[in-house]
Design a protein around this ligand. Structure first.
Ligand SMILES: Nc1ncnc2c1ncn2[C@@H]1O[C@H](COP(=O)(O)OP(=O)(O)OP(=O)(O)O)[C@@H](O)[C@H]1O
Ligand SMILES: [Mg+2]
Length: 323
């Protein structure tokens, strides 16, 4: 019974490094239990994908997997999102509404960014964990659910506990099984696999065909520290698929932003006007490429009129290579 909320498809998890294969083994075992799991790790390491795997490998896999981002909504809205409300509970509550805990009944709820949950909601959550019951906003009638709780955060949650911003009793309840997902720089074996996976994905989307990565590009990917982890790698490969001319993806396609090139006027004196024009040409060309030479989209991205863009293209004789 897929609801609108859990209709989002599951992701493919690429795993090659011993570090990650080891985590997956732990996840296999944890999945068989109903214990809460706290997934920790830097931004972009794949915490949500691991939560999906715990659900998919669990006896609850046929039931809903409901995702909630605790940082996305202000406290009042989040409370009704999580627990539902009854008609008349507040001005806009024109009818009864089921919350995500009810939608997750017999399945799994994934509380992302749990470190951002307010203290009041932390208390309510603690009660759901301990007694499996809660009340909808505006109601006194307890609702009972059978939900497995997974949570994730990229914050130092122990520091939040020490500062009194996160309840220690809730922390102990959700921290029964902490799983730390290592950053990408600690598992280089995953980089070629992930890069290849994203290349296939984005070349289909960009209707291009690449044969792989140049040696330089691969070396750079393996030595770079990836502070934004897999999300950053994914964005780099996507960008490379958009701007790359092939047949292989080059280092500059992946990292053109980290190595800005200051354009020099092609000819004439190095006065400011020529320099600005040189920049204009290069920038317009880049945005045109990013938008596959669609002038309407490019004009939108540049926040200028389409007619003005065509005039600039003519004036500077900007030409693109056909992809
Ligand atoms: N092992 C993996 N295989 C394939 N794709 C991955 C993998 N890990 C992460 N990704 C992709 O990287 C992106 C970031 O992953 P995810 O959203 O799970 O990160 P996160 O740890 O939840 O980050 P944040 O703390 O910023 O929310 C997603 O687009 C996800 O599909
Ligand atoms: Mg996340």
């Amino acid at each position: 019974m897929p609801s609108k909320i859990d209709a989002k498809e599951y992701h493919t998890l690429i795993a090659k490094s011993p570090l990650i294969l080891e985590k997956l083994e732990i996840i296999d075992r944890v999945a068989q239990t109903d214990s809460s799991v706290l997934i920790l790790g830097e931004s972009g390491v794949g915490k949500e994908l691991f939560a999906e795997q715990i659900h998919l490998r669990s006896p609850r896999s046929g039931a809903p997997f409901i995702r909630v981002n605790c940082a996305a909504l202000p406290e009042g809205l989040l409370e009704s999102e999580l627990f539902g409300h009854v008609k008349g509970a507040f001005t806009n509550a024109i009818q009864n509404r089921r919350g995500r805990f009810e939608l997750a009944d017999t399945g799994t709820i994934f509380l992302d960014e749990i470190g951002d949950l307010s203290l009041a909601l932390q208390s309510k959550l603690l009660r759901v964990i301990q007694q499996k019951t809660f009340e909808k906003v505006g109601s006194n009638t307890p609702v009972t659910v059978d939900v497995r709780i997974l949570a994730a955060t990229n914050k130092d949650i122990e520091a939040l506990v020490e500062k009194g911003e996160f309840r220690s009793d809730l922390y102990y309840r959700i921290n029964v099984f902490p799983i730390h997902i290592p950053p990408l720089r600690q598992r280089p074996e995953d980089i070629p696999e992930l890069a290849g996976f994203f290349m296939k994905k984005y070349q289909t989307e960009t209707k291009k065909q690449f044969t792989g990565f140049s040696n330089d590009a691969m070396e750079f990917m393996l030595s770079y520290s990836w502070p934004g982890n897999i999300r950053e790698l994914q964005n780099s490969v996507e960008r490379a698929c958009v701007i790359g001319k092939g047949p292989r993806i080059q280092k500059d396609d992946l990292f053109f932003r980290t190595a800005p090139v200051i354009p020099e006027p092609a000819e004439g004196s190095r006065n400011l006007k020529n320099a600005i024009n040189a920049f204009k040409i290069q920038f317009i060309q880049k945005v045109l490429e990013e938008n596959k030479w669609n002038q309407t989209e490019t004009a939108k991205a540049l926040d200028i009129q389409r007619t003005y863009l065509s005039r600039l293209i003519k004036e500077f004789s900007i030409k693109g290579e056909e992809h």
